[in-house]
Design a protein around this ligand. Structure first.
Ligand code: ATP
Ligand code: LTN
Length: 328
């Protein structure tokens, strides 16, 4: 079965865009491939300075991944820092990539430019080496990523090829895949930009943990346009089309046919809000149950850590043996 790895950083709360665009597909995908999902807390340390924050975010994200339906018996859901082979292989990867290659990474250039006067950790620079370790440790066949991560998958392939060339065939060559198209959810206040946790205002962002009243209010205030025709047309009517797409993604219809059922914006907004509230109800109930039961959450993550380590430790030992490091 194809081994697929997705990793997500524990920064910020999960929103409707993340769910309809990505997480919901992961839940379906766990039955179709050998799915590994890493919560990459060590990657978040590149920009973290306060105690406790990463750990809290990790628990919240883990609870959310289980709440949306990832099954710890089927998929492997693990926390990166629970698998020490990640930083161990990460060091070997740092010694297999060049300073020049890392200097060309656009994510590093962008992120370090944005931090101008702030502390720029060495980890921010070597980040792709740790990401290469994440991927190669699991003999990953496919990595579903957006355009922004392509360069990191390319450098992972270069590192794997160089390592295999130097020390003999050790790593499986991963390939980037464009994730199965999920809905692209736009900001409710600015429907030409995607819903994103780095948006300026929260009014256009629906979090999976928002209370029903807050969800309904955000939909009621969603930006539409000045005429009043309900029609699915992304270019001309981005606000209305976004509502129709969200309604379609939550109820199962198509945006085009749903459009024919409405003549006014008001009912479209309230129906979409209510459909989202209904969809979120069971997710929120499971989330609150889990986040209140730290013992159960720890048990689920420990199952994931064991499954992940069983694979990662074998690959790591294979790499050490290939180099010729002396066994302890
Ligand atoms: P940022 O605001 O920092 O870019 P984000 O909220 O866009 O963050 P990511 O952590 O970059 O979220 O993405 C997690 C997953 O959710 C990715 O697979 C991404 O493609 C998907 N995703 C994020 N936003 C949307 C959206 N508005 N519509 C559909 N999918 C989305
Ligand atoms: N760099 C990625 C997160 C990430 C990742 C990975 C993705 C870390 N390790 C391994 C795929 C495979 C990001 O910033 N989204």
């Amino acid at each position: 079965m194809t081994r697929v790895l997705s990793c997500i950083q524990p920064t910020g709360d999960v929103h409707l865009g993340n769910y309809l665009g990505a997480l919901r597909n992961w839940v379906i995908g766990q039955h179709e491939c050998d799915a590994f999902h890493g919560i990459v807390d060590l990657h978040s340390l590149t920009i973290t300075t306060e105690p406790g924050v990463v750990g809290d975010n990790t628990l919240r994200l883990a609870a959310m991944l289980f709440a949306v339906g990832l099954d710890p018996e089927i998929a492997t859901v693990f926390v990166q820092s629970h698998v020490p082979e990640h930083p161990q292989l990460g060091w070997i990867m740092e010694c297999t990539v060049s300073y020049g290659e890392l200097s060309r990474m656009t994510q590093f250039k962008d992120k370090s430019a944005k931090r101008e006067a702030e502390f720029i950790s060495a980890g921010l620079f070597t980040y792709p080496a740790l990401q290469a370790a994440d991927i190669l440790l699991y003999d990953t066949d496919e990595v579903p990523v957006g355009e922004d991560q392509r360069q990191h998958i390319e450098i992972t392939r270069d590192i794997a090829e160089r390592f295999n060339g130097r020390f003999g065939q050790t790593f499986v060559m991963p390939k980037p895949v464009i994730p199965r198209a999920g809905a692209r959810v736009m900001d409710l206040q600015d429907p030409t930009s995607k819903m994103s946790k780095s948006a300026n205002s929260e009014a256009g962002l629906v979090y999976l943990l928002d209370e029903p009243a807050a969800v309904l209010k955000k939909f009621k205030r969603a930006v539409t346009d000045s005429d009043s025709e309900v029609r699915y047309d992304r270019a001309e009517k981005p606000g209305v089309s976004n509502l129709l797409e969200i309604l379609a993604a939550t109820t199962g219809g198509t945006p085009e046919t749903l459009a024919t059922q409405y003549t006014q914006y008001g009912p479209l907004k309230s129906d979409t809000g209510e459909a989202v509230v209904e969809m979120l109800k069971p997710i929120q109930a499971r989330y609150h149950e889990l986040i209140a039961d730290r013992g159960e959450l720890a048990r689920l993550l420990s199952t994931g850590a064991h499954k992940a380590r069983a694979v990662a430790s074998v690959t790591y030992q294979r790499a050490c043996d290939a180099i010729g490091l002396i066994r302890s």
